[in-house]
Structure formats: structure tokens, C-alpha cells
Design a protein around this ligand. Structure first.
Ligand SMILES: O=P(O)(O)OC[C@H]1O[C@@H](O)[C@H](O)[C@@H](O)[C@@H]1O
Length: 280
């Protein structure tokens, strides 16, 4: 079902079991998700975010492509999150779930700053307790292309100070709050005492977010090797003009990512990465 939110066109997906998600064509951005039989909103969306063409949305699931953060010459986090995508398919799947696919290809605008021909597709599938978001990229050029990417998922929590992310113990991470210093996580669970900005490398297992105010949520990755965990903390959040007062305490970003080693695609080659959230 097509609609509008702010100044953006949206597609609302409703599965037969009542699961629901809203996706803006701008950025192929998932704005909202509710699991079947549970009215709780699972994603955080800032009350102060702008919803208009060309502007990055604070919350939901920004699609980061073809550059993570400032790791290259492109605008921070690439251009996919601020460009219009095209809805190419929506409807029920054979398994009784509901899905929508949006596409972004090269244009004069992208080629002016990133001289590659590509097709990116984002497929959002809901049903039961899960939301699956899959990013697929095809190199439509005669030369190899390389990119980094992430699904910058803002998971809603009641209070980030009482939330804990399990499954990272023993893994290496780059600490972006310490100039990218590499460390090994020795904690039973990641908690958020202040700013957290880490790139975990080669994450082999599912993660579980436990939040004192809501049932747990698991995050599964397929094709994405890394996981970025980010929360600005109170001090840095104060400088984010698109985040409401105290908003930082109501989310933890857990981002399926491919950052440490860029994906390199030969001409005609294809890559796919997916993140599945499951409400417990
Ligand atoms: O404010 P932006 O551009 O949406 O980025 C938010 C954050 O995104 C995270 O992925 C990065 O690790 C952080 O360093 C960054 O601050």
C-alpha cells in the first residue's frame, strides 16, 4: 500500500499475520517494523528527523552504500541513503510472508562522484516475528568495483543504559572512539555507559539484544562479515540537531556491515548480504 510520511513516499507492508513495516522509497529506508501479534514498535525513529528528499533520516534502517562512514572520498556513509530508489516489486511470498524490493542504479549524479555502473536492490521481507532486510549489488560495469556497506539499524530500547548486547565476547573490534585501535572484547555483554562506536570484525554468530523494557531481539547476519555497534552517548548526541532531547537513550544501532575488507566485484559479479531481526 502506497502512502506518504513527511515529504516522502512510503510503502506499507502488512503480512496476513499482522506483521507490519513501512519503507520510504527515499534511501529504501525502513522507517518502522512491528512483529506479528505485538504492537510494539521495534525501530527507533527520531522525532526531529527531517523526512525530505536529499536528507539522511535519523533512525529506522539507513542503507549505507557504497562507502561506510568517511572511509573514502564520498559523502559520509555514501549516497544510497539520500537518493530516491524505485519500488520494483511488492507482494506476498510463497511462504506467506510479505515483501517489497526497491532498486537503485547508477545515474549521472552517482557517476559524477563514483564512476561505476551498478544495480543495488534492497528487499524487505516481513512475517511472524521476523524482519529480513537484504542488500544485493551487481557490478554492471566492464571494470571491477569495490564498496563497503551497512544496514545501519536503529534498534529501539526502553533505556540504553539498561540494555545489553550478547554474542560479541572474544571478538576483535576497532574502537572508533579511540582512533580505530584494535581490541578484543572480553565482556560477557556489551553495555552502553556512554559513547560506543565499534566495528566488530568477522562476527560468526547471531547477536541478542536484551532490553530491560521489552522482550529480547536477535540479529542474524548472512553475507555481512562485520557488525558496527553505535550509540553517541549524551554528550555527542547534543550536537546532533536531528535527534530529540534524550533520544540517544532510546536506541542502540546494531549494523550488519562489510567494512574491514571492501567487497570487490568482477564485471557482472553479484554480492548479497542480509540481516534478520527476530522478536523473541
Ligand atoms: O550521523 P551519521 O552520518 O548518520 O552517522 C552516525 C554514526 O554511524 C555509525 O555507523 C558510525 O560508526 C559513527 O561513527 C557515526 O557517528
Amino acid at each position: 500500500m502506497n502512502g506518504e510520511r513527511g515529504g516522502l513516499r512510503t510503502v506499507t507492508l502488512t503480512a496476513s499475520d499482522g506483521a507490519r513495516a513501512e519503507v520510504a522509497t527515499h534511501g529504501a529506508h525502513v522507517l518502522s517494523w512491528q512483529a506479528a501479534g505485538d504492537a510494539r514498535e521495534r525501530l527507533f525513529l527520531s522525532e526531529r528527523t527531517e523526512l525530505r528528499a536529499g536528507v539522511a533520516i535519523r533512525g529506522g534502517i539507513p542503507v549505507i552504500f557504497p562507502q561506510f562512514a568517511t572511509s573514502g572520498p564520498l559523502p559520509r556513509h555514501g549516497f544510497a541513503r539520500t537518493l530516491p530508489w524505485t519500488l520494483v516489486d511488492a507482494g506476498a511470498t510463497d511462504g506467506g510472508r510479505t515483501r517489497a524490493t526497491l532498486r537503485l542504479g547508477h545515474t549521472e549524479v552517482t557517476q559524477a562522484i563514483w564512476p561505476h555502473r551498478f544495480v543495488a536492490e534492497l528487499t524487505v521481507t516481513i512475517g511472524g516475528a521476523t524482519l529480513e532486510v537484504a542488500l544485493a549489488v551487481t557490478n554492471a560495469d566492464a571494470a571491477p568495483l569495490s564498496f563497503t556497506a551497512a544496514l545501519h539499524t536503529y534498534l529501539r530500547v526502553a533505556d540504553v543504559a539498561r540494555a545489553a548486547l550478547h554474542g560479541l565476547r572474544g571478538l576483535r573490534y576497532r574502537d572508533s572512539t579511540a582512533g580505530g585501535a584494535e581490541r578484543v572484547d572480553r565482556d560477557d555483554a556489551l553495555t552502553v555507559p556512554g559513547e560506543v562506536d565499534r566495528i566488530y570484525l568477522d562476527v560468526p554468530t547471531a547477536l541478542e539484544l536484551r532490553d530491560a523494557g521489552a522482550p529480547a531481539l536477535t540479529v542474524d547476519m548472512d553475507g555481512f562479515r562485520d557488525v558496527v555497534v553505535w550509540n553517541p552517548g549524551a554528550e555527542r548526541a547534543a550536537a546532533l540537531s536531528d535527534l530529540e532531547l534524550g533520544g540517544w537513550s532510546r536506541f542502540l544501532c546494531v549494523e550488519a556491515a562489510v567494512v574491514a575488507e571492501p567487497v570487490v566485484l568482477a564485471p557482472g559479479a553479484h554480492w548479497r548480504g542480509a540481516q534478520t531481526l527476530t522478536a523473541r
